[in-house]
Design a binder for this molecule. Structure first.
Ligand SMILES: [Zn+2]
Length: 588
């Protein structure tokens, strides 16, 4: 498929950071070589300063105290942090190409007035010194998480905002999504030598470190240790540190090497080795079905709260059952495909990250547990419940701006995972599976948007799909098809179907005869410009197209009504039909 002429910015970070594990204060230097590949001249730039969200009165604090359904991990906790518990990050000096430049810290954003404009297709270097304080962990990042992990260092450094064809994306942080610039990271972390670090990238000095990266090394107690990591072609850098971590590795045949960092207790000594044993089978399936994970390493690190995705790593809670641990690991690792490698702007299109990740993890978990159930059925259930309670907001809503956490969560995870689940129904499962892989292979490292996704799927499957995306993403229209009438028509039977919803879909009616035989009558939508061919074992009759403008459709079954046992719409339940009761007719 032809590439678009889309440009993207590029960053090269070199950071040198010292953390004092007694005061939780850190300081560092950051050299950022920034390449402006845009056709625009830039006169300002913006950095994210996420740690400043953990201060009483921050936008994240206000949002959590005013939304009707606050996250139970946040609630009003930020407002109660004391001075030595809050998060802080701020520059102490900033230069552009050796010249001091002015800046102001506005909450979680650093606004920078440039000394000289960055011309199109040119490079400039920012040298920053910065200081910070690691907050007590409230959400995702910080010190002393609930399981006793000392440092979960996510979104911890001054991070350049993304600038793209839609302009700057300097969203004030309110605990939702992240977006970053593609680039390379060279990070040196210096701290107490008793601490073991799991991080993004590849450790450059394993023989000085030991700790499961190489043969054990005897470290001097009082002397700090410097860990040197490099990561190429990523848009973020995470690390976590604890003196009680064990670090184990599993090499998946054909890659990647998996690292596991956890604290041993009576639960984790059972569950984590079990997870490590499942890993080769799990990752082989993920690679084969959804496209190959492109990095050499991935780290599963106990830390944070719940599970959260980062470049080449995840922070997850480590206690709990094996099933829960496996499930969260599969989900968070799949973010490497959709958040890590495709790196869609999650604030604008969270459904393309959380949704696709949920869809792929559902399939993988079903594979690992030999489940026969439709792996996507839970998403449909959550969607119906949201509609029933009248809380749905369209998927075009900016992630930060959904009215409730519930609507955001259900939209991103459930309605998002229903996009590929419905596409399977519309174009056929095999047809979609190939196209979905093609999307990953075509758009990796390029920040695709919804149009990019639609174009690949249309081109690979041969279906016109804008009608589907327009309605499902851009509106809260609902699907509702019904069986209106079934009447004798001489020696035949006449069936009248109705489209009483506001979103069209191709329709399938399963007719079961009294002798037990079955037939599917299939009505493609005219505007799809195609019809699927994949119906499994059942005989299928392709009936003429059903234009969306027509409220009803009549078809004839070549059997007398006495020989018909039942007629059923939405057989595999992949159509999000909000009124299933009118989908079935029984000859009683
Ligand atoms: Zn997720």
């Amino acid at each position: 498929m032809a590439q678009t002429t889309r440009w993207q910015q590029h960053v090269d970070y070199t950071m040198d950071v010292n953390l004092d594990v007694n005061t939780h204060l850190f300081n560092g230097t950051q050299k950022l070589v920034y390449t402006n590949n845009s056709p625009d001249t830039l006169t300002t730039v913006y950095y994210h300063l996420y740690f400043n969200a953990f201060q009483p009165g921050s936008m994240m604090d206000e949002r959590s105290r005013n939304i009707e359904d606050p996250d139970s991990r946040v609630e009003d906790y930020i407002s109660k942090l004391s001075e030595d518990e809050i998060g802080k990050i701020y520059p102490t000096s900033l230069q552009q190409d050796g010249q001091d430049i002015s800046y102001i810290v506005v909450g979680t954003i650093l606004e920078v007035e440039l000394a000289k404009s960055i011309l199109p297709h040119s490079t400039t270097t920012f040298d920053m010194a910065f200081e910070g304080q690691v907050p007590l962990q409230i959400r995702r990042t910080g010190r002393d998480n609930k399981e006793g992990i000392d440092y979960s260092m996510a979104q911890w450094y001054p991070k350049m905002s993304e600038y793209d064809y839609a302009g700057w994306h300097a969203n004030p942080y309110v605990a939702r999504e992240f977006h970053g610039v593609w680039g390379n990271y060279d990070v040196s972390l210096t701290l107490d030598s008793r601490y073991i670090i799991g991080a993004t990238g590849i450790l450059q000095n394993p023989e000085e470190i030991g700790y499961g990266y190489a043969e054990p090394v005897k470290h001097k107690k009082k002397k700090p240790l410097t860990w040197h990591f490099k990561a190429e072609n990523v848009h973020d850098f995470v690390w976590a540190a604890d003196p009680d971590y064990v670090h184990k590795t599993v090499q998946v045949p054909n890659g990647p090497k998996m690292h596991f960092f956890y604290q041993e207790d009576s639960v984790t000594t059972e569950t984590w080795p079990q997870l490590m044993e499942t890993t080769p089978k799990m990752v082989a399936f993920m690679n084969q079905r959804f496209g190959k994970y492109p990095y050499s390493d991935f780290s599963v690190i106990q830390g944070g709260d719940g599970g959260m995705e980062y470049a080449m790593a995840t922070l997850i809670v480590g206690g709990g059952s094996y099933a829960g641990l496996m499930s969260v690991t599969v989900h968070e690792m799949f973010h490497s495909w959709y958040q890590g490698v495709l790196a869609t702007n999650e604030s604008l299109y969270p459904w393309m990250d959380e949704g696709f990740t949920t869809y792929a993890s559902n399939i993988t978990k079903a594979y690992l547990t030999n489940s026969e159930k439709d792996p996507q059925s839970g998403s449909y259930r959550r969607y119906y419940y949201l509609v029933e309670k009248d809380k749905q907001e369209p998927l075009t809503t900016h992630a930060d701006h959904y009215n409730t956490n519930w609507a955001y969560g259900t939209a991103s995870y459930s309605l998002g995972s229903m996009v590929p689940a419905m596409l399977e129904y519309i174009v056929g499962t095999d047809n979609f599976e190939k196209a979905f892989r093609k999307y990953f292979n075509t758009w990796q490292f390029k920040h695709p948007n919804p149009t990019d996704f639609r174009r690949v799927i249309e081109k690979e499957t041969g279906f016109e799909l804008s009608w589907f995306f327009n309605d499902w993403i851009g509106t809260t229209h609902h699907v509702d098809y019904a069986i209106l009438n079934v009447d004798a028509d001489g020696i035949n039977t006449k069936v009248e179907l109705a489209n009483i919803g506001t979103m069209p879909m191709p329709t399938e009616a399963l007719v079961t005869l009294t002798d037990g035989s079955t037939k599917i009558y299939y009505f493609p939508l005219r505007m799809m410009r195609n019809a699927k061919t994949e119906f499994g074992e059942t005989d299928t009759i392709l009936v003429e197209d059903w234009p969306w403008t027509n409220p009803t459709k009549t078809f004839i079954i070549g059997q007398p009504i006495e020989e018909i046992k039942s007629i059923e719409l939405n057989i595999n339940k992949r159509v999000p039909d909000i009124a299933p009761s009118n989908d079935i007719w029984k000859n009683e």
